[in-house]
Design a protein around this ligand. Structure first.
Ligand SMILES: [Zn+2]
Length: 206
């Protein structure tokens, strides 16, 4: 039997409560409403700047790394200093698809809500293959921010209902405007995979 009201793990419940707070802050009332991270960012006083806008501030070497060889190694970041008007600046990797940028933005918003140290865009070093390696962040903090952001995008209670009614990952992803990979992550971390498989692969979708 699936718990229908809250995630089965303590960690899951912890993230879910915070994710609910983020959704409420964005003005959402129902658990199956789509959360637009860009709306939430605006409500939270964040400025999500297009990369082209900050590109002139970077050295050409940094710019080339971020968009070229290094582009696979970063997804986004928040500036460590506030803008003069009090807003926080967030930059997303423009070479990534929109659903990935949205998940990254949710993660950055979560970092700020948790009061995590802002992640930095600074490039630390090159590895043995000469590839750019981004700073090594604290895993626990990253997990907390990503998981909370994912829970805000795809709430547990709505996910349980959709999985139980035999909806596919693709359908759920489309509903919430997120990537199928994020939905799969939410299903697995919420321990709904067996249920999902039983409902989707049996052909008995009721
Ligand atoms: Zn992060």
């Amino acid at each position: 039997m699936l718990p229908r009201n809250e995630p089965p793990t303590p960690k899951g419940r912890y993230y879910e409560i915070r994710a609910k707070g983020l959704r409420e802050f964005a003005g959402l009332k129902r658990d199956d409403e789509r959360l637009d991270p860009f709306d939430l960012a605006r409500a939270a006083g964040l400025l999500v700047a297009p990369f082209e806008q900050i590109a002139p501030l970077l050295t050409s070497e940094t710019r080339e790394h971020l968009l070229g060889d290094g582009s696979a190694n970063w997804s986004g970041g928040a500036a460590s200093h506030m803008l003069p008007d009090g807003r926080k600046l967030i930059i997303l990797n423009p070479t990534h698809g929109i659903t990935r940028q949205q998940a990254t933005l949710m993660e950055e918003i979560s970092h700020l809500f948790y009061g995590h140290e802002p992640t930095k865009l600074a490039i630390k070093r090159k590895n043995r293959n000469g590839e750019v390696v981004a700073r090594d962040y604290n895993n626990e903090i990253e997990e907390e921010a990503y998981s909370t952001g994912a829970a805000a995008l795809v709430p547990y209670t709505a996910l349980v209902r959709m999985v139980s009614s035999g909806k596919t990952i693709r359908e759920i992803a489309k509903h919430f405007g997120v990537s199928p990979a994020l939905v799969e992550f939410r299903i697995k971390i919420s321990k709904l995979w067996d249920n999902y498989a039983a409902n989707v692969f049996s052909g008995d979708n009721k």
